[in-house]
Design a protein around this ligand. Structure first.
Ligand code: F6P
Length: 367
């Protein structure tokens, strides 16, 4: 029988396929071990803004609540990327918005509700917050979520495989239309400042060029590589651009920064297409996959790691662990300190095997 009685789950930041599978695994295995489980609505808003939830910011989780959700995209708890409790967007007396640290209030809200431990499902931002809560005395176990796969100390985050699989399917579909029209199709994918989605889908989907945040590109070199294609009997091109890609000496396409939120990226694909068109002499069209990469059912791989992560998170609580993140370390899962997992972003190493494969296959990486 569990020593802890009440635990809570929250989902923070951008959603990722697999969140519901993790929630179900946590709830079912925790109920089986004698815990009471609560879901916090919309990140931490269920606790920080209870007035917004007349039916309660904490949802009692039962087997019924999580029945039939393993394969569903999104999160039944809701999420937000405007609710960082350490930088909570708050209106000042002058009517202006500023960032307020509400982490002490949040720890107090857990205590008042009798919740002894939290399983936090999030990316680097949300798990950084989870680490702060652990440092303030709450029992916390993190689960690595993000389509970007940029969390350190885990081989994979859940959601990434689904996003890459969908992006690859989109690239497959674009080949025939690009060929029919002799066009250059520029496909922008998410990933923030890590190029994992672009690299893995670009190599798998037979792109001619892949531009990543980790390798600043020279547009003239990209154009020169694309102009070689017709000589090899290919009159169209597919270019995959990570949203965080940047030209040599330039910066990523940042389109905004709001109080309490991370920078918003956008326009990297259009920028590349616009510059390429006159250089290549072919019509260049942009497709932005954007939030489509976050939707849909998780792949079998993502479902399975999600269920494994959720069950492992409850085992971690049973073992008395706190301040750790569940990490995939095939063939097993292990626990790593949250502080280590969030201290640096896991970007694509420019000498990794997939980069070497891309080069060996003649894919231009813009350098
Ligand atoms: O972190 C996941 C992610 O999907 C990034 O790839 C992207 O930059 C960001 O979220 C966009 O989030 P939103 O549009 O929800 O603010």
């Amino acid at each position: 029988m569990a020593q802890l009685k009440k635990i809570a789950i929250n989902t923070g930041g951008g959603d990722a396929p697999g969140l519901n599978a993790v929630i179900r695994a946590i709830v079912v295995s925790a109920l089986n071990k004698g815990y009471e489980v609560f879901g916090i609505r919309d990140g931490y808003n269920g606790l920080l803004k209870p007035e917004d939830y007349p039916e309660g910011g904490l949802i009692p989780m039962t087997r019924r609540t999580v029945r039939g959700i393993t394969h569903l995209g999104g999160t039944i708890l809701g999420t937000t990327n405007k609710g960082n409790p350490a930088k909570y967007p708050t209106m000042g007396p002058d009517g202006k918005m500023y960032e307020k640290d509400r982490t002490d209030e949040l720890v107090e809200a857990f205590r008042k509700n009798g919740i002894e431990a939290l399983v936090a499902l999030g990316g680097d931002g949300s798990l950084g917050i989870a680490n702060t809560l652990a440092e303030k005395g709450l029992r916390v176990v993190g689960v690595p979520k993000t389509i970007d796969n940029d969390l350190d100390k885990t081989v994979a985050t859940f959601g990434f495989d689904t996003a890459v699989s969908f992006a690859t399917e989109c690239l497959d579909r674009l080949h025939s239309t690009a060929e029919s029209h002799c066009r250059v199709m520029v496909v922008e994918v998410m990933g923030r400042y890590a190029g994992w989605i672009a690299l893995n889908s670009g190599v798998s989907g037979n792109a001619d060029a892949i531009l990543l945040p980790e390798i600043p590109y020279d547009i003239n070199k990209v154009a020169a590589a694309l102009k070689e294609r017709p000589k090899r009997g290919k009159n169209y091109c597919i270019v995959v651009v990570a949203e965080g890609a940047k030209p040599v000496g330039g910066s990523a396409s940042v389109i905004g920064k709001e109080i309490g939120r991370a920078e918003k990226l956008g326009g990297a694909g259009d920028r590349v297409a616009k510059e390429l068109e006159p250089l290549v002499g072919k019509e260049c069209r942009t497709v932005v996959l954007g939030h489509l990469l976050r939707g849909g059912s998780p792949t079998t791989f993502d479902r399975l790691i999600s269920l494994r992560f959720g069950a492992a998170a409850v085992r971690a609580l049973e073992e008395g662990r706190s301040g750790v993140m569940v990490a995939l370390d095939p063939p097993t899962v292990r626990y790593v300190p949250l502080a280590e997992a969030t201290s640096r972003m896991k970007t694509v190493p420019p000498d990794c095997d997939t980069i070497k494969t891309a080069r060996d296959l003649g894919i231009c990486l813009g350098d």
